[in-house]
Design a protein around this ligand. Sequence first.
Ligand SMILES: [Zn+2]
Length: 69
Amino acid sequence: MADFCDIGAERTEQMLSDALEARRLRAARPAIDHHFCLDCDAPIPLKRREALPGVETCVDCQGLRERRK
Ligand SMILES: [Zn+2]
C-alpha cells in the first residue's frame, strides 16, 4: 500500500508543477509584450516587462524618448 501512496503523491506533485508551469508561461506572454527594444533591439529584461506590461523600449531608449518630449 505504501507504493500506491507514493505514486499518488508523485502524480499530484507532477500535476501541480504542470499547472504552475502553464501559469508561468501564460504570465510570460501577455497580449502585448515586447521582448526586444523597438528602438535599439536590446533585450528587455523580464523584470522590466513585468513591472511595465506592454513596455516597448529598454531603459536607455525610454530615457531618450522622455528627453525628446
Ligand atoms: Zn533600446
